[in-house]
Design a protein around this ligand. Sequence first.
Ligand SMILES: [Zn+2]
Length: 168
Amino acid sequence: MFSGEEQGKVQIYTGCGKGKSTAAFGLAMRAAGCGGRVFIIQFQKARRCGEHESAERLGINLAQCPQGRGSGPCTSPCPLLTAARDILKEGGADLLILDEIMAAMRHGCLSLTEALSLLETRPAKTELVMTGRGAPQELVERADLVTEMKKIKHYYDEGLPARRGIEF
Ligand SMILES: [Zn+2]
């Protein structure tokens, strides 16, 4: 991947089960360990958690939404959309993660057309990872790998609060 010989792929982690962002951060950790230039753009989350501390220690570039979860459409154009475009245009990323981009589309931060245009802009060597439940069919069709996380059981259903070091 980082030798310039191999092609990057488009990956989607979707579904209602836990583990979508966790899978993406796992890939980021692996790529950074192999000397890759890694960028994580995290829509819909303003809160700084354990994974952000770790990412910065590993030299992973990170941008979060200043407004946070469930916020309506932010300023137009969304600064994170602009950041993603710039990273892809400059071709400086071996791995670009667009975390919670599906939720960002639902909240009007970017349109499906804009998400598709990011795929068009992707340099062949850049691995692009998108996460969030409810991936639109148009994105699924253009991806090379799509995994659906399915909940079998979750302690959230018993009302357990999120735990530091596990959920955040
Ligand atoms: Zn936004």
